[in-house]
Design a protein around this ligand. Sequence first.
Ligand code: C5P
Length: 211
Amino acid sequence: MIIAIDGPAAAGKGTLAKRLATHFDLAFLDTGRLYRAVGYGILQAGGDPNDPKIAVAAARALDPANVDTGDLYTEKVAEAASVVAAIGDVRKELLSFQRNFAHNPPGGKIGAVLDGRDIASVVCPDATHKLFVTASAEVRAKRRFKELQENGVESTYAAVLADIEQRDQRDRTRKVSPLKAVDAHVIDTSGKTPDAVFQEALDLIEGDRST
Ligand code: C5P
């Protein structure tokens, strides 16, 4: 069983993916962490994420099974991640790890949930279930802003909205593996609780199974 979850930033993919993984006892991979780790490594070394040579070398040097270092969840790292993610050779470097995780999940699990931008379209076109999780940019920015406030990070709603819109625009319009809903059930999480979103996803998965 492979569940592919794609969608724009802060739409609620991660929350849903973790709950589905627990419910079906599947392995879980947040593929955004891989791109974030590449961007983070470059920033730490004082490099420029826009330089394809530097970006590809950083992706090649990454051990995708061990990306648990550093603070990957800042807006700076998110921005660097989306810059390196637009470079085709960076994506190539990270592809086989993701595919292998899906088809040979760790821990003896019977399947995997992967969340990202190109899971249904590129990483696992053969996924058993494909979900595209989205919400309006305003709703997503409000959520992200609240999260930052709760973590004591100084920011403004307007700045968060601008960051999210810029990152979405880059992810949607890049030439390689752009973010798009491919042959997937679309779940709009605007105004819905995590419980309601989880139930909607379960119903869609059950529906797939009965057809
Ligand atoms: O999902 P997250 O916000 O952590 O992803 C950070 C960035 O990594 C995204 O904005 C996107 O550019 C890139 N990404 C991607 N493909 C994926 C996962 C993430 O291009 N499968």
